[in-house]
Design a protein around this ligand. Structure first.
Ligand code: NAD
Ligand code: GLY
Length: 347
């Protein structure tokens, strides 16, 4: 097992290792006296891993209660959040108890937000089971729910007290979601780590499993470093958004139905690279993205997509901030008036 420690407003361990899911009780017992552990998960993940986690926690002396909601982004909403609050209330969960977010980014974001707000805040542990959640959403303390008006519009920063990352859980993950997570993995290579990118170039979606634990650790360590420098997303953390400005526009243009987040980010990275990188680098990125069954472009034109970039909630006043990556492993943040960005992308 490997441990990466995050030093942010809270210092916490990320335990990474095959088989750690079944050890979660023992791991958490190192940190806290057993009290109530409230598992929040979705129906898919519960069927696969709910019992393993529950048994491990109970064997380590925790009193376990569990709330299960239907899988999918539609559940990351105020209605499910209210159900979680009611469940915590009915089970008399107190501030000395903890929530366990068992699942992908939807479970992690929703449970984290419940933890940030119920009783004005209680501890939570992330047990991510998708690649995207393992390399990205379970680390760094961003929690949120969606509103009818947009994704992640209500949220809070709250770091978990621990993250338990078991790459074995990826064996049951549908191929589409594995590819989705690889979009974020390729992004880490592009923004910070040429050696990671070169490693990814040697594998495909069918073979990456052989090195996935090391790949996950590398990505988590990159995210740890970025979060430690800019926990509250006022500057450097923005580099994690490489590919996201156009990626969000792709997701929105297709009403969040055609492209998963990671595939939209992959296309967004390639579209931005085409604009800002040498032909050789652009083609290299496209080859890597294609090897992981991800798109390098989408049918919608830039003229259709670029106006939607202005709807990004992170836009600061009239200026649009976006990330460019002119060399592998080296990203920078640019800012320009939105109208200028539209004209520049149209050139
Ligand atoms: P998800 O949580 O919906 O999981 C995808 C699907 O995989 C679901 O159907 C789920 O039931 C299933 N699943 C999960 N683990 C499984 C496993 N091991 N085996 C089989 N099936 C499994 O989606 P996601 O892609 O993990 O997360 C997307 C969410 O993450 C979005 O809401 C996004 O906004 C959020 N996100 C948050 C951050 C952050 O920093 N907080 C970063 C990136 C994304
Ligand atoms: N996923 C982007 C961030 O954590 O800032």
């Amino acid at each position: 097992m490997k441990t990466i420690t995050v030093h942010a407003s809270r210092t916490y361990p990320i335990w990474i290792g095959a088989g750690q899911l079944a050890q979660c009780g023992q791991l958490l017992r190192q940190q806290r006296t057993p009290q109530t552990a409230a598992i929040v998960t979705d129906d898919n993940v519960d069927a696969l891993y709910g019992a393993t986690v529950q048994v491990s926690l109970e064997q380590s002396g925790f009193h376990v209660v569990k709330f299960v909601f239907p899988h999918g982004e539609k559940s990351k909403c105020s209605a499910t959040l209210n159900q979680v609050y009611d469940f915590l209330c009915e089970n008399a969960v107190t501030r000395t108890d903890c929530l366990i977010a068992l699942g992908g980014g939807v479970v992690g974001d929703l449970t984290g937000f419940a933890a940030a707000t119920y009783l004005r805040g209680l501890d939570y542990v992330q047990i991510p089971t998708t690649l995207l959640a393992q390399v990205d959403s379970s680390v760094g303390g961003k929690t949120a729910i969606d509103l009818p008006g947009g994704k992640n519009l209500v949220g809070a920063f709250l770091q978990p007290t621990a993250v338990i990352c078991d790459p074995d859980t990826l064996q049951t993950l549908p191929r589409k979601f594995l590819a989705d997570g690889m979009g974020e993995v390729i992004k880490y290579g592009m923004i910070r780590d040429e050696a990671l990118f070169e490693l990814l170039e040697q594998y495909t979606l069918d073979t990456i499993h052989d090195v996935i634990a090391d790949v996950i650790s590398t990505c988590i360590d990159i995210k740890r470093n970025v979060v430690e420098h800019d926990e509250f997303d006022t500057g450097e953390r923005m580099i994690l958004n490489f590919g996201h400005t156009l990626g969000h526009a792709v997701e929105s243009y297709y009403h969040y139905e055609t492209y998963t987040h990671g595939s939209a980010v992959a296309a967004g990275m390639c579209m931005m690279a085409k604009k800002t990188c040498s032909d050789a680098l652009y083609e290299r990125l496209c080859r890597c993205v294609t090897a992981y069954d991800l798109p390098t472009q989408v049918p919608a034109s830039l003229a259709e997509l670029v106006p939607l970039c202005g709807k990004d909630k992170k836009r600061a006043s009239a200026d649009l901030r976006f990330v460019v990556c002119e060399m592998i492993g080296n990203a920078s943040i640019r800012s320009m008036p939105f109208a200028e960005f539209v004209a520049w992308m149209a050139q």
